[in-house]
Design a protein around this ligand. Sequence first.
Ligand code: THU
Length: 140
Amino acid sequence: MNENNKLYHELMKAAIDARGRSYSPYSGFSVGAALLTKSGRIFTGANIENSGYTATVCAERIAFFRALSEGEREFSAIAIAGGAKEEPDSGVAPCGVCRQVMSEFCDGNFKIILLDGGLTVLTLGELLPMRFDRSNLIKK
Ligand code: THU
């Protein structure tokens, strides 16, 4: 196992752990995420639902906003685990809104690590091609 694999397994372990702290009584779908900063810190998140459904926030965005509000701006990878509560080992790909949030702060090489039997490592460029980002609004 190379260094990155070891790191990604560690990150996924943190995501699975965070999944256990999901508040998802309405969907029964629990998600955990673990975000790795370029400085080596890990920020976790779990989905938090609300009886007013639109107030629900995904695990990935909670991890991002926790890190961003602590001043972090550079990220290298996020691991995501999630699915129906009775399926502890299932995987889920990030929703479109979360991909857009990632795209604000991460380049196409940002790694997205999913559970799929083993670990599947994808990039933001693969999951969100032809994105709309700050370069469309701010020309320099
Ligand atoms: N969810 C996430 O937390 N992340 C995703 O990438 C997909 C969906 C949550 C939102 C909601 O609480 C539940 O999963 C079902 O949509």
